[in-house]
Design a protein around this ligand. Structure first.
Ligand code: FPP
Ligand code: MG
Length: 320
């Protein structure tokens, strides 16, 4: 079965970019502030939604695009707020709103994007189920951030780490796939399988993100190196290095400080590199991707399935 072509998908993505730009065009100041930030994203969430929305029964772009845009806006709003919490300076290759305009403006711009997302949902009659799923998503994102904030500089157990990355990333990707399946009117079991694909993909995505925070290139990832460590967010590479590294005492000392310098970030990176932490994280991410591929339903559109498999490969091989 092959309902859509690569051209359909390319057209969807072109329209998505136009709709994202349009979503901030009502107010000049909002437009000026948001456009550079909105231009920089990978669009992973709306792309997952759009693919799943086209995975079986025909769903018109007119029906799918407003929700795809809303998902990107919710994601961007959460990043704007996340950057305030992290006092981050760079996001998507541009200066963060909190750094450029101050935290007060950044809070309000995040709220604006968030409200705009719900406007798009309300205007396009997706129904109560979709609204409830979106509110559950935002509540989970908030709980994830609160949990993270309460545990800064504390080394989490593996299961605490997994709970954290599920709340902040995997649940979002899973929700995008679930919503796509719902809009496409798939059978319940297929919706669940797509949602499970999204969960595994999201776990892998966040593990790779946590690696890139130490080993990525700033001009490619678009954010400063070592941001997690400096902000006290202890992620899988550190958890692993602390468990098995011969220099874990030095790493512990670095973590025990109020303020972590750039030189200490470099020391931490060296210590992590001396262990098997990079390989360990890559292996874990790869095993989630393996599960993600297995969860893809067989009876969906072939080119959609193919694209979802390519996304799975992108997630573990990416450097941005
Ligand atoms: C980035 O993760 C942060 C998130 C994915 C979630 C942020 C969520 C909130 C601030 C609460 C929800 C708010 C709204 C308005 C929906 P990260 O810090 O691991 O990644 P990073 O390195 O890119 O910052
Ligand atoms: Mg952050």
């Amino acid at each position: 079965m092959n309902l859509i072509t690569a051209t359909d998908l390319t057209n969807d993505l072109r329209k998505l970019e136009i709709d994202i730009e349009k979503s901030v065009s009502e107010d000049e100041f909002i437009q000026e502030i948001c456009t550079p930030l909105l231009r920089g994203g990978k669009r992973l969430r709306p792309i997952l939604f759009l693919l799943c929305a086209r995975s079986k029964n025909f769903c018109s772009p007119e029906k799918a695009l407003p929700l795809a845009t809303a998902l990107e806006l919710i994601h961007t709003a959460s990043l704007v707020h996340d950057d305030i919490l992290d006092s981050a300076k760079k996001r998507r290759g541009v200066e963060t709103l909190n750094s450029k305009y101050g935290a007060q403006i950044a809070v309000l711009v995040g709220d604006y994007l968030f409200a705009k997302a719900f406007q798009l949902v309300a205007e396009n009659d997706y129904g109560n189920e979709v609204s409830l799923i979106l509110s559950k998503l935002v509540k989970k994102l908030c709980i994830g951030e609160i949990m993270q904030d309460r545990k800064l500089f504390v080394v989490p157990t593996l299961s605490e780490y997994y709970r954290q990355i599920d709340l902040k990333t995997a649940f979002f990707l899973s929700t995008c796939c679930r919503l796509g399946g719902i809009v496409a009117q798939l059978e319940k079991s297929d919706v669940e399988n797509l949602a499970n694909y999204g969960t595994s993909l999201g776990l892998a995505f966040q593990i790779v993100d946590d690696l890139l925070d130490f080993f990525g290139e700033e001009n490619i990832t678009g954010k400063a190196l070592g941001g997690d460590l400096k902000g006290g967010v202890i992620t899988l590479p550190v958890i692993r290095a602390l468990r098995i590294g011969k220099n874990s005492d030095t790493l512990k000392k670095i973590l025990a400080q109020d303020k972590i310098s750039n030189a200490e970030v470099l020391t931490a990176i060296k210590i992590i590199r001396e262990t098997d932490a990079v390989e360990y994280c890559k292996n874990r991410a790869a095993s989630h991707i393996y599960c993600a591929r297995l969860d893809l339903p067989n009876d969906i559109d072939k080119s959609v399935k193919n694209s979802l498999e390519k996304i799975a490969d992108f997630v573990i091989n990416r450097n941005w």
